[in-house]
Design a binder for this molecule. Structure first.
Ligand code: HEC
Length: 194
């Protein structure tokens, strides 16, 4: 009888611990998502606002040169403002800058999966959290082509000839053309190391 009582107590204690650790995991997943989202938005906003500002003031030729000169620097600068253990970059399978090609198998697999989903007409999730190891997460945010992007990433008919002259000169292996509005372009990926 006493034995049964202890067994019951033990079961309750085990269940309570399991539930507690589940809720801990859920809250830390949510926290990771929020941290990643804020970091990604910060880089995205910085890059976009610089491009838009330059396009308005100086046009596509000068802006193409500006991106070539400053995208990496701006990315580094924004990354330096993040909390330790967080970093964000942009990746694409049809990349312009060789540094923006995914750096690991899991990133290539994720981009291939997202690209296939987009091709099949599926709506992509806003954020995807992938657990790499107990303390390492990657959070992806898909990037799509908008009207403003076609000047430098569209097909020969739609992009700026003059701007593309500079781009081709700086990136002879450029694969980031031929895009249409709405196309899947790549992703921001936040590395979160706890
Ligand atoms: C004035 C020309 C120009 C415009 C407009 C432009 N880009 Fe780019 N884009 C570039 C250049 C140059 C690079 C390579 C330098 C960099 O940013 O890393 C690049 C790189 C990128 C990359 C990094 C991956 C890669 O291929 O290297 C992404 C993602 C990207 N552009 C998306 C966009 C989106 C989305 C828009 C519209 C909101 C846009 N671009 C508008 C010129 C442009």
């Amino acid at each position: 009888m006493k034995n049964l009582y202890f067994k019951k107590r033990l079961l309750i204690a085990t269940l309570a611990t399991a539930m507690f650790s589940l809720s801990l995991q859920a809250s830390s997943n949510k926290e990771i998502k929020m941290e990643a989202k804020a970091a990604i938005m910060k880089l995205g906003k910085t890059l976009k606002s610089e491009v838009v500002k330059n396009m308005k003031a100086n046009g596509p030729v000068s802006t193409a040169y500006f991106c070539y000169k400053n995208a990496k620097k701006l990315t580094k600068k924004v990354n330096a403002t993040y909390k330790k253990g967080i970093s964000v970059k942009r990746i694409s399978l049809r990349n312009r800058d060789k540094n923006n090609y995914p750096s690991s198998k899991d990133e290539i697999a994720m981009l291939k999966k997202l690209s296939a989903q987009a091709k099949a007409g599926k709506k992509l999730p806003k954020l995807i959290v992938e657990k790499i190891s107990d303390n390492h997460y990657k959070v992806y945010k898909p990037i799509f082509v908008g009207k403003k992007c076609i000047v430098c990433h569209g097909d020969a008919k739609h992009r700026s000839k003059e701007a593309y002259k500079i781009i081709k000169e700086k990136y002879p292996n450029d694969k980031a053309i031929g895009y249409k509005v709405g196309d899947f372009r790549g992703a921001f990926v936040a590395n979160i190391i706890k």
